[in-house]
Design a protein around this ligand. Structure first.
Ligand SMILES: Cc1cc2nc3c(=O)[nH]c(=O)nc-3n(C[C@H](O)[C@H](O)[C@H](O)COP(=O)(O)OP(=O)(O)OC[C@H]3O[C@@H](n4cnc5c(N)ncnc54)[C@H](O)[C@@H]3O)c2cc1C
Length: 461
């Protein structure tokens, strides 16, 4: 194999973005992916006439992230359907209402707090990693309705299992980005060509700029000698489970790993990293710090949603399971993801990460949660197809409580090893999701190149 400037491990959002940007900057790159699909945690897979996503449900890009990255690469990321309203389940009255009705406070007070946020530079918000959102809010308002609205948005975004305990930096930087880029507190949409179309376009951008993308090719280990990256050794299926592989070597002076904190140390030999740095990785990888939920895909012949088909619905407490969660009609977002005449619904009920390996708990909660959904959406009694999934391994992301974000995360540049980078929204970055993973890729690429790219991108490090 030839020697590359950069080998990238993983063909998810971070890996394909990094690969495409570097290829456009005339670097020779090879993106190496263990699985058979593009997209990593955002992959879309066909199943019995449906298209199911491992992760990606809606893309949270106000326009300055992946949308601009596509533009820079000569592609277009069209914004498909977006949620027109946000329904909220009132767990006391057992009925649905709109998020618009939730805010009962003084609108001028809300506008005043938003104005303060928009006038605060990102650098100042970036220093609030050890503070809960409530601390910042208390400095600027005493209106409980303003507190409620800001905190409720973190429920919608599933950033923490304790919705009142979101870190100030994460919440406020995301809010400011959304206001600046989309003119709204929160914005998410279905990618115009679907999730598989989005990743196909990114792969094409890598290849059209001269890079390579290899699927079904696991990296066994990153090769490091005397504090300098040498490349990667590729793996393959082992004949004996304890076989020691002597695989192909792909040489490169730089390796960008996009593996999340949960499995990065399987391929990056930790003896080359400082112990305090691997301790940060192991700390964040703990079960109780992973965002976890019980996921369900359900299909009905008759629509079951309440108002607009593209509505995104959310709640703090389902009637019996008491799980908070979300629900939306994927068919309304993209009719090609379910057979004609069907409606595919996606939903999740958030569970604490430390409970996710307790299968008795998981099964019991699934039963309760499915019964809850039939109370909230009576039409689901006619569900004719369904699939359960457990969101934990992989997780949606690392929980975003104070002390677990920003400077408390391992830096994207490996200390003491030249040429080793970590592009992942589970390392030092902001937010969770496909757009934030792509922005993490952009940050690493700019750091590697030693200059900012001229793409008019929105906020990133
Ligand atoms: C259930 C769920 C719901 C989600 N919902 C949303 C949503 O609605 N909107 C949103 O924006 N985001 C959502 N996310 C989060 C989003 O999917 C991730 O933030 C994003 O996909 C992360 O991209 P990444 O490239 O950083 O990492 P990954 O997507 O994790 O990519 C890492 C890649 O590395 C590969 N890999 C692993 N080991 C090796 C190896 N040894 N050699 C080679 N390759 C390897 C993996 O196969 C994978 O493809 C969700 C995630 C989950 C799990």
């Amino acid at each position: 194999m030839p020697k590359y400037d950069v080998v990238i491990i993983g063909a998810g959002a971070a890996g394909l973005t990094s690969g495409a940007l570097l290829a456009k900057e005339a670097k020779s790159v090879c993106v190496v992916e263990a699985g058979k699909y593009l997209g990593g945690r955002g992959m879309a897979v066909p199943e019995e006439g449906f298209k199911l996503n491992l992760g990606g449900h809606l893309l949270e890009d106000g326009g300055g992230g992946l949308t601009k990255i596509f533009e820079y690469l000569g592609k277009e990321l069209t914004h498909g359907a977006a949620s027109a309203d946000q329904l909220i389940w009132d767990h006391d009255k057992l009925e649905w209402g709109s998020i618009r009705d939730r805010f009962q406070g003084d609108r001028s007070e809300l506008r005043r707090v938003i104005k303060i946020l928009l006038a605060t530079p990102y650098g100042e918000l970036d220093r609030l990693d050890d503070q809960p959102l409530r601390t910042w809010l208390a400095q600027h308002t005493s209106d409980p309705a303003v507190f409620d609205l800001f905190e409720f948005i973190s429920v919608l975004e599933c950033m923490t299992d304790d919705w009142y305990d979101h870190s100030a930096s994460e919440n406020l930087i995301a809010r400011k980005m959304h206001f600046e880029e989309a003119g709204k507190a929160a914005y998410s949409f279905w990618p115009g060509k679907g999730w598989d179309g989005l990743f196909d376009d990114l792969r094409d951008a890598v290849v059209e700029h001269g890079g390579e993308v290899l699927l079904n090719t696991p990296v066994e280990t990153v090769l490091i000698e005397d504090g300098q990256v040498k490349g990667v050794a590729l793996g393959r299926d082992k004949v004996l489970p304890n076989e020691v592989l002597e695989g192909d070597i792909v040489e490169a002076d730089c390796v960008i790993s996009t593996l999340p904190v949960w499995n990065v140390l399987r391929v990056v030999p930790e003896q080359h990293l400082p112990d305090w740095y691997t301790a940060q990785i192991r700390f964040l990888a703990q079960d109780h710090l992973r965002i976890s939920w019980l996921g369900l895909y359900m299909a009905t012949k008759q629509p079951v949603h309440i108002n607009d088909p593209t509505e995104l619905a959310t709640w703090l407490h389902a009637p019996t399971s008491r799980l908070s969660g979300f629900f939306f009609n994927q068919t309304a977002m993209d009719p090609s993801t379910s057979p004609p005449g069907s409606n595919l619904y996606v939903c999740g009920g958030i569970i604490p990460g430390f409970k996710a390996r307790d299968m008795e708990y998981v099964k019991r909660k699934f039963e309760e949660f499915e019964a809850d959904l039939k109370v909230m959406y009576p039409g689901l009694k006619e569900t004719y197809w369904r699939r359960r999934h457990l969101v934990h391994d992989p997780s949606f992301g690392v929980i975003q409580k104070p002390g677990l974000v920003g400077i408390f995360r391992p830096h994207w540049r490996a200390p003491n090893v030249d040429g080793l980078y970590f592009a992942s929204e589970t390392f030092r970055s902001r937010g969770i999701g496909v757009d934030r993973a792509a922005r993490a890729g952009l940050t690493v690429v700019e750091d590697y190149l030693g200059r900012k790219l001229d793409g008019h991108f929105g906020w990133h490090y």
